[in-house]
Structures are given as C-alpha cells and as structure tokens.
Design a protein around this ligand. Structure first.
Ligand SMILES: [Ca+2]
Length: 516
C-alpha cells in the first residue's frame, strides 16, 4: 500500500455516512453517477442550443432541453493544459510553474500527492475512469514509452485510464491503457523527441519528416507548426519512431473512445461511477469519421463537432439503456474557447484569431475572441448539466467556473478537502444543480494574463511584456452585461471600479479563492 492508497483509506473511512447530498430525497438509493463529457476547443457558439445553426447537434440540444444550460460558465484558462489542471486539482494554474501547454513527453504536472477531483469520487466509493485526451504530462522523469508509464492518471484517483498521452496533434500517436501503450510490438520500440529528428541508428519504424517531405502529408497540409513526424498522412508536433502496430487511427478515435466509455459504464452499472470522458474533438487535426463528413456546412471543424455530438448521444444512450438515467448527473462542457485555423489546412477559411465569423458561423457566439485569449470567448464555454428527476430543465445565468467543480462534488459527497488542497475551488453545487441563480460572487479568468469578473464588470490586467522593451498593453475594463462583445474599454470612465477589481486580483494572486 502506498501513501496515496493509505490516505485514501483513512480519509474514505473518516468521511462518515456517504449520502449527505443537499436536498436529496431520503429514499435515494445511491450516489449519482457523474460523467463529464469534455469537449476540446468547443466554443460557446458551436452548440445548437447556444445558437449554432450550421452545425447540427441534436443530442446536445436534447441534453440542454432536458437539463440546465448555463450562459455564463467558464473554464479556468483559455488553453488545454492549464484548464485541465484546474478542473482536476481545484487550483488556478497560474499558481504553478510549468502548467502551460505541454509537449507530448512532459513529466506529469500534477503530483501524486495532490488531491484531485477523481480522489473526491474514489474516496466516496466510486469506480473512477478517464477515457480520452490527457495532456497533463506523464511519468516523473524521462518517459520510457515501452514499459510501464507512471505516475499517471491512476496515481491521481482514476482506477481505469484509456488515454491519448497528450493531444491528437502531438506524438506519440498511440493509446495508453492502464499505464502501457496498447498493441505495442516490443520489436518495434517507441522513441519520442521534441527537440530534433530522431537519428537513423535508433531502432523502430521511421516516419516521414514533414519538413523534408511535405508530400507525405496527404490527409491535409500544415498551415503552421504541424510538420514534424507524419503519422497517418498528418504532420504532427514532435518526432517519433517505432510503435507502428500501436498507432491510433485518427478517423476512428471517437468510436474507440466511445466504446471504452460504454464498456466502463456497463461494467460499473451496479455501483456509482465517475467517468471523465475527455474527447479529442474538436481539437486539430480534425478527422471526423467518413460517416460524419459533410454533415455540417463547415468542413472538418463542423463535422468533428457533429461527431462529438454523436459521442455525447451514445454515452447518454448507454446510461439510459442500463436504466441509470435518474441516477446519473451528466455534464457537457469544454476545456477552452474555440479556434478556427489551429495549424492545418482543414477547410477553415478564417486564419486569424481576431476574426469572429467563418462562413456565417461564430464559434464563440456573441462573445469576443476564443482560445488563447483573455476575452470572454477564451473561457466562456458551453455547460449543460443533466440529471433527470433532480435538476429541473432550464437556463441559468449563474457565474460558474470549472475550478469550483472539485469543492462542489466534495460537498455533494460529504468529502473533506485536505488542508492546503484545491485552494481555489469553492462550492457552487447549488448553482450547478439549478437551486441558486447567481453562482460565484466573482471568478478569475486566465489567458496570457489574468482577468477578474464581478457583477457586470470585467477587469483585464495588462499582461506581462513577453520581451524586454515590448509595448505593454493597457488594462481594460468592460461591462459585460451591457457590452457582451467587450468592445468599449470604459476604464477611463470608471477608475474606481478598475482599482477595486485590480486589488481583488492582486489579493487572490497571493491567496487562494477558497478562504476559510
Ligand atoms: Ca483545448
């Protein structure tokens, strides 16, 4: 028994009676299953229920009609790795060095000792699993892709893990199931490099180098930065050798992940489970299965969204088929705001992040900007909560951030958060379940710099200059109720409000948001 298992046992036993769900029916037989269907780079405006008209998302629309749809929900940060770090740890990523977008061979950035969202469930007797994109690093040092790869998700409270190590545009392009590469031929060992091409003398199948041989990128070309090893005709970030039998097939990735999710749900039908279904859709390279091609009017990006909608529908159907509908709280959300061209010539006609609309489709809806940016489009993402018989259908304008999920589910399950852990996670369970309309009094948003939202106001601090001598952008203040598109910086008119919000931001740069 390692330290983690020991702690789990002690804390689990100390938590006392399991069912202390706020307002729950006294005859409730069990904790609800919790499934987070996590889209990747899905914008507020990519979902039909939020206004998309050129991408059909019937399953998500049904989920919204049967559940609670949020209009002011946020991921913690405007890019993948930091946002996912916050979701799982309840800590704002700016507090920890090394939580930027990670290369595919990075060491794990969550320490095994850290308390996680998965721990909340595991310590409450849940079966816990993750299927899909990980992108939080693996291992403690240099990764040997040919052996057992730990620490990993199974050291963070997930019993079962079937993952992409990083992203679908980064090597190695293989699945890991419970700490090992799936279908690896030991005679074709995997080597990964993020610095330079791998030398010929290194054993293992060689793949074309997209910079030397651009014709090898037959699926579609790179528009920027995706031209190292070419796998399945698609240029990737980083170099790999070996592992030919283990390579994933991009176009069947959604099918594979849905199959794993369905199996996990079926295996655990008799006890509460937590599933973090972390889809690769609609991150680049967007490679929807051929049966989804042409289903939207927006080429690969739109079709990948149709595929994600299908995946959400399959998961809901699996839950319904097992008779678990009323026992399952299902969340749909996204890890950060949307992006058009993100490195491939995949039919997206918008190539700059400042343009808002592609062929009549505005990925972030009425909000400004998208992925990477501090404006609302960077972090204001779709959030739907569906729990039939428990969460009344409707629309909520509550201010919500995913960093609060950990404390919210901890309260739902009567779990104590250990001292010093999850220090930015505040309990927003009542808002999540639609029993409270306002949500958090204020939240932080993270892009390159930080912003704070309180009431109608949003203050954006001037980000630190990237280079010496670079022009510092001025601070900004918006009224996001009257100016939802953040067009008019009114800082000159309201210096007092800006000052108060700047002080709030400074205070919480130093201390956690969950002050005792
Ligand atoms: Ca993302």
């Amino acid at each position: 028994m390692n330290r983690r298992q020991f702690l789990g046992g002690v804390l689990g036993a100390a938590a006392g009676p399991l069912f202390v769900l706020h307002g729950a029916r006294a005859d409730a037989a069990r904790h609800p299953n919790v499934v987070i269907i996590y889209g990747d780079d899905v914008g507020y405006g990519d979902v039909g229920a939020n206004g998309a008209t050129l991408i059909p998302t019937p399953n998500l629309d049904r989920m919204a009609a049967e559940g609670l749809r949020f209009t002011d929900a946020h991921c913690a940060a405007a890019t993948c790795t930091p946002s996912r770090y916050a979701l799982l740890t309840g800590e704002m990523p700016f507090r920890r060095k090394g939580t930027g977008v990670l290369p595919g061979d990075a060491r794990m950035i969550i320490e095994p000792e850290q308390f996680t969202l998965a721990d909340v469930f595991q310590r409450s007797g849940y079966r816990t699993g993750v299927t899909g994109k990980w992108h939080l690093g693996l291992g403690a040092d240099r990764i040997d892709w040919n052996g057992v790869i730990r620490p990993g998700p199974r050291d963070l409270g997930f019993e079962y893990a079937f993952i992409l190590p990083a992203t679908n545009d980064r090597v190695p392009c293989v699945y890991l199931e419970n700490d090992r590469v799936v279908s690896l031929d030991p005679g074709d060992p995997i080597t990964v490099s993020y610095n330079a091409p791998i030398e010929e003398s290194v054993p293992g199948t060689a793949y074309p180098d997209g910079q030397v041989n651009p014709d090898a990128m037959t699926y579609y070309g790179s528009s920027h930065g995706h031209n190292n090893s070419v796998i399945n005709g698609i240029g990737r970030i980083g170099y790999m050798k070996g592992g030919k039998a283990a390579l994933w097939d991009d176009e069947s990735m959604a099918d594979v992940l849905v199959d794993k999710a369905r199996a996990f749900i079926a295996e655990n039908r008799d006890r509460p489970f937590f599933l973090y279904f972390s889809s690769q859709d609609i991150h680049v390279p967007r490679t929807p299965h051929p049966r989804f091609r042409g289903r939207s009017e927006l080429s690969y990006r739109g079709d990948a969204m149709v595929q994600l909608d299908w995946a959400a529908g399959e998961i809901l159907a699996a839950i319904e088929r097992l008779g678990l509908d009323n026992d399952s709280l299902v969340i749909f959300s996204s890890d950060n705001g949307p992006v058009y061209d993100d490195g491939y010539q995949d039919g997206t006609t918008v190539h700059t992040s400042t343009a808002e609309v592609d062929r009549g489709h505005d990925v972030s809806g009425v909000y400004r900007g998208g992925k990477y940016q501090i404006y609302e489009g960077g972090t204001r993402i779709p959030l739907i909560v569906r729990w039939p018989g428990r969460v009344a259908p409707g629309v909520s304008d509550a201010l919500i951030t995913q960093v609060d999920f950990l404390a919210s589910f901890a309260r739902m399950l009567g779990q104590e958060i250990p001292d010093g852990a999850a220090r930015d996670s505040r309990d927003c369970l009542d808002a999540l379940l639609g029993e409270e309309a306002h949500g958090s009094a204020f939240i932080l948003e993270q892009g390159r710099g930080l912003a704070v939202r309180r009431g109608p106001w949003k203050y954006i601090e001037p980000p630190a200059a990237m280079k010496k001598g670079q022009l510092q952008s001025p601070p900004e203040l918006y009224n996001v109720e009257t100016d939802v598109g953040e067009q008019a910086n009114v800082i000159a008119e309201h210096p007092d409000i800006a000052e108060a919000l700047a002080a709030l931001l400074t205070k919480h740069r130093g201390e956690g948001l969950r002050t005792p």
